[in-house]
Design a protein around this ligand. Structure first.
Ligand code: NAD
Ligand code: UDX
Length: 480
């Protein structure tokens, strides 16, 4: 009987292992983590992450063949296959700070595997890592324990938050990279057999280790590049009177381009895109490829531009000052159907508005007030380094209140910024909201969820990313 252990019970480790346990009832899966609170939550009725469909999967397997534990060493020692799904954030200090991946957590997991292992193991890189990490890990593992055979595989994860369970049930592909040796091929087959329980074999791609590691960075870079491309177009649309939704639709009809991932927005967020592109940029710079590094850097620059462009639009539309004005922020998560706020564009937009002395009233259906205040107080890149996370409640911020209702957030506000595309924002009673607001009442829709014509008929002045400008806004000073 195969035993699997996964180190790291986060957004990837938890859902991925729950699905493996569901689809492979004869395999025992243990998910381990150094965070006691995370493991307690996985063992409770309130899972540590909000992900549609996850509760059901966990309920079906937990206690049968799926276990969550802080006894990291015991479960690693007993396992045949060890997945490593720890965080690999951007370095905040030292060599490569602000770009390179911080492999501290990965390395300490690898050293622990080496220390506690008494039998052969397949070690699977699930975390997103720089190319050639497998080689470094191999050195740590083989250096410490002579006589034990460790096979390293790269098996990057492609799930997106909010749709993780569906993505895991029906992945576009599963990618497995391994050494091109007989032992490597055997290890690849063992992992392939796990996925083959539910993934058609023609969707399981096997490559060498470096191709698998690089493919993950490449996929995220390509996806983020599409968003920056359409966001760059949104700026041209606003300057010319074209409509970005119509442009996306027309462009996406070309089967070589395809219709997905062409929604203009206030900017992409999430824990992966920026971090993985910075990681790629760093690899290029270290490989003597400055032109390639600059090419990918531009994707992040356009994303930053899109966020500051949005803030400038809000301020310039409201007579060039939001000082003392109440602005309602609807949505704080980096996308709908998740409570995750890592690198959410809402942080930069809120900080920008606070910089102009606005008063913010923030509502998100899945994000706690503590989390929002912590995010607004933290420095860039600090969020994924546990050492920077304050365990206690963060201090309040004078100009920010967090409320649990969109109507409460918008009451007496001068303007509304929609920063996450939550379904419930589409069905809000905008007439009721308009009546309760200061006039003129503005909507700045960073996700194109509002019916612009309807809102304008009610009386709102509406700005929607990449849409023809409201006559009011056309007369305002140009936005840099
Ligand atoms: P996460 O922060 O949610 O989870 C990581 C967990 O690892 C944390 O709970 C942490 O306590 C634990 N951990 C760290 N060091 C440990 C150690 N030595 N021993 C035991 N536990 C340890 O991170 P995540 O979002 O799940 O991402 C994990 C990896 O997967 C990252 O490399 C990320 O880039 C990649 N990834 C993430 C996503 C996503 O949507 N979040 C998608 C694909 C890939
Ligand atoms: C991403 C990748 O999609 C996934 O394959 C990888 O494993 C992890 O990183 P995730 O960050 O969870 O997943 O969500 P994703 O759906 O990719 O959205 C990322 C950001 O881009 C969000 O802020 C989203 O709102 C934004 N986005 C997405 C757009 O602005 N426009 C789009 O058309 C699509």
């Amino acid at each position: 009987m195969v035993k699997i252990c996964c180190i790291g019970a986060g957004y990837v480790g938890g859902p991925t292992m729950a699905v493996i346990a569901l689809k492979c009832p004869e395999i025992t899966v243990s998910v381990v983590d150094i965070s006691q609170s995370r493991i307690s939550a996985w063992n409770s009725d309130h899972l540590p992450i909000y992900e549609p469909g996850l509760d059901d999967v966990v309920k079906k397997c937990r206690g049968k063949n799926l276990f969550f534990s802080t006894d990291v060493e015991k479960h690693v020692a007993e396992a045949d296959i060890v997945f490593v799904s720890v965080n690999t954030p951007t370095k905040t200090q030292g060599l490569g700070a602000g770009k390179a991946a911080d492999l501290t957590y990965w390395e300490s997991a690898a050293r622990m595997i080496a220390d506690v292992s008494t039998s052969n193991k397949i070690v699977v890189e699930k975390s997103t890592v720089p190319v050639k990490t497998a080689e470094a890990i191999e050195r740590i593992l083989t250096h410490n324990r002579k006589g034990i055979n460790f096979q390293i595989l790269s098996n990057p994860e492609f799930l997106a938050e909010g749709t993780a369970i569906q993505d895991l049930f029906k992945p576009d592909r599963v990618l497995i990279g391994g050494r091109e040796t007989p032992e490597g091929a055997k290890a690849i087959k063992a992992l392939k057999d796990v996925y083959a329980h539910w993934v058609p074999v023609d969707r399981i791609i096997c490559t060498n280790l470096w191709s698998a590691e690089l493919s993950k960075l490449a996929a995220n870079a390509f996806l983020a590049q599409r968003i920056s491309s359409v966001n760059a177009m949104s700026a041209i649309c606003e300057a010319t009177g074209a409509d970005v939704s119509e442009v996306s639709h027309s462009v996406g009809y070309d089967s070589r381009i395809g219709p997905k991932f062409l929604n203009a927005s206030v900017g992409f967020g999430g824990s992966c895109f920026q971090k993985d592109i910075l990681n790629l940029v760093y690899i290029c710079e270290c490989s003597g490829l400055p032109e390639v590094a600059n090419y990918w850097k531009q994707v992040i620059k356009v994303n930053d531009y899109q966020k500051s462009r949005f803030v400038n639009r809000v301020v310039s539309s409201m007579f060039n000052t939001v000082s003392g004005k109440k602005i309602a922020i609807l949505g704080f998560a980096f996308k709908k159907d998740t409570g995750d706020t890592r690198e959410t564009p809402a942080i930069d937009v809120c900080k920008g508005l606070l910089g102009d002395k606005a008063r913010l009233s923030i509502y998100d259906p899945q994000v706690s007030g503590d989390q929002i205040l912590r995010d607004l107080s933290m420095k860039k890149f600090d969020w994924d380094h546990p050492v920077h996370l304050q365990p206690s409640s963060p201090n309040s911020i004078k100009q920010v209140s967090v409320v649990w209702d969109a109507y409460e957030a918008t009451k007496d506000a001068h303007g509304i910024c929609i920063l996450t595309e939550w379904g419930e924002f589409k069905s809000l009673d905008f007439k009721k909201i308009y009546d309760s607001m200061q006039k003129p009442a503005f909507i700045f829709d960073g996700r194109n969820v509002v019916d612009v014509e309807k809102a304008r008929k009610i009386g709102f002045i509406v700005y929607s990313i990449g849409k023809p400008l409201d006559p009011w806004l056309k007369d305002m000073p140009a936005v840099a």
